[in-house]
Design a protein around this ligand. Structure first.
Ligand SMILES: Nc1ncnc2c1ncn2[C@@H]1O[C@H](COP(=O)(O)OP(=O)(O)OP(=O)(O)O)[C@@H](O)[C@H]1O
Length: 251
């Protein structure tokens, strides 16, 4: 296992995870996971089906019944906080299964996600979202503000889930496999969306199996296998490391 390099300046880490272990019942599925995301970064959490990507995100969000480890977000210890408190600190989560309200319209779904604007610790404004801004980011949604969630395609629902999370004005978003099971045209829009979010100062931890998608949008990557981090490094280092790619990714 590769150990996280020690950095002198940990200040800029939005999210810091050390020694994370998690269990489903008696089965341990995460073992000593360590990772971090700095302000302005898009970081990939990669690995095959069942490697532990979703569980890592659920554990960070306070959604695992049994877990252990240090979890710190924006200088706050979140290891024992309930998920709604973690979300209200400005940590957004887009789970793999789209969780929109099917009876509510696009606009109503967005309103449900609204939280107050935030500032960075240095007092500067953090990224702030309105439905107008989100409709520029997701033109498809802008064309159907009164459509009910249940009458949208899977890809549109996926976008609405991301847009609703952004209405919470998060500093950092955990995005669980946004490219999975959606049409290629939506995948392309998702990639553009992530690049634009980064330009606007939103940091992202992206769970992803697809190396090509991750290469388009990410700065760094962690590779998980059987609940352990097997690689961490830049996208260029991952690209150059054929052994890791062959052993732990489907390429
Ligand atoms: N609710 C659950 N109960 C029991 N075991 C689970 C549950 N959810 C996931 N697991 C198991 O935990 C391990 C990690 O799964 P996880 O969903 O985190 O992987 P993943 O890398 O996100 O893969 P996928 O892309 O398939 O979601 C797998 O062995 C999986 O079978």
């Amino acid at each position: 296992m590769q150990v996280e390099p020690i950095e002198t300046n940990q200040e800029q880490r939005l999210l810091n995870v050390v020694g994370l272990c998690a269990w489903y019942g008696a089965a341990q599925v995460l073992d000593d996971v360590g990772l971090h995301v700095k302000r302005g970064e898009v970081v990939a959490l990669m690995g095959r089906n069942g490697a532990g990507k979703s569980t890592t995100m659920k554990a960070i969000m306070g959604l695992m019944e049994k877990k252990r480890g240090e979890l710190n977000f924006m200088g706050v210890d979140i290891s024992n906080r309930p998920s709604h408190q973690i979300a209200s600190l400005g940590l957004g989560f887009v789970p793999e299964d789209r969780r929109i309200f099917t009876d509510l319209t696009v606009m109503e779904n967005l309103e449900v996600g609204r939280q107050s604007a935030r500032a960075w610790p240095d007092g500067t404004a953090a990224p702030v979202w309105t439905s107008d801004k989100l409709f520029k980011l997701f033109p498809n949604l802008g064309e159907m503000p009164r459509r009910r969630g249940g009458r949208m395609s899977g890809g549109e629902q996926q976008m609405l889930t991301v847009a609703r999370t952004l209405m919470g004005n998060p500093y950092l978003v955990l995005l669980d496999e946004p490219s999975e099971g959606v049409a290629p045209v939506i995948v392309e829009q998702m990639a553009n969306m992530i690049v634009e979010l980064k330009q606007r100062g939103v940091s992202i931890l992206l769970s992803e199996q697809n190396l090509h998608f991750a290469q388009l949008v990410c700065d760094r990557a962690y590779v998980l296998e059987k609940g352990q981090i097997q690689f961490n490094g830049s996208m260029a280092e991952l690209e150059a490391n054929e052994d890791v790619r062959r052993a732990y990714l489907s390429v």
